[in-house]
Design a protein. Sequence first.
Length: 257
Amino acid sequence: MSQDPPRVLLVNDDGIDAPGLVMLEQVVRGFTDDIWVVAPDEERSGAGHSFSTTLPIRVKQRDERHFAVKGTPTDCALLAIYELIEGKRPDVLISGINRGPNLAEDITYSGTASAAMEGALLGIPAIALSQCFRPPAAVPWDNAERYAGEVIEKLLRFDWKPGMFINVNFPECPADQVTGMRVTEQGQRPPGAFIPEKRVDARHFPYYWVKIALPAGGHAPGNDLQAMLDREISITPMQLDMTSRAAIPDLQELFAA
């Protein structure tokens, strides 16, 4: 990247007033004032990589560089890059800081990670940041507050490859208990993290609520889940190409018959 202060686009899925986004803007101001914030007007956790196709997207401009969008995190990234940011495109898109983990298969559901993915699709270096915690415990924001700037500044020096983004998770511990930073692989938990739960409302009509019940397991040396157990900050390079290359020879043989 250029040696000049970078132009940074901030996005999230917790909403424009979320404490993680407010903190992220403060952190980024440590190395640039060229910051644009384009975020959902309300929480859109779990939106994944969805974008609006059946409803209009409305934007409320709060000041010169802060925009609240009635849409998904992906909508926010698209609008920011194509419509709202004046002049040159952002040098980097940073999504977060999410209230909760985006580990292992979480990223397939995550609006935070998907906003970064959209940045990568548009050729912009992109970083997703998440602060892990487990309710009812308080979110240890001091962890991300202390280390996010260091992580971002190092990644700004990275030689970014096309079609990739970086997924960062801060462990669920106070900042003074973090043991280090580790570049990790994406883990995978056993099945059953999200379970529809049937309930009955006050008028005796059934409805469903998706219960988050993260199963134990999936930890392995070098993956993001293990890094959290070890109280390390995980830095996971992700790629947009999801081809299962190991399966190609067997499938070629099968369909050549």
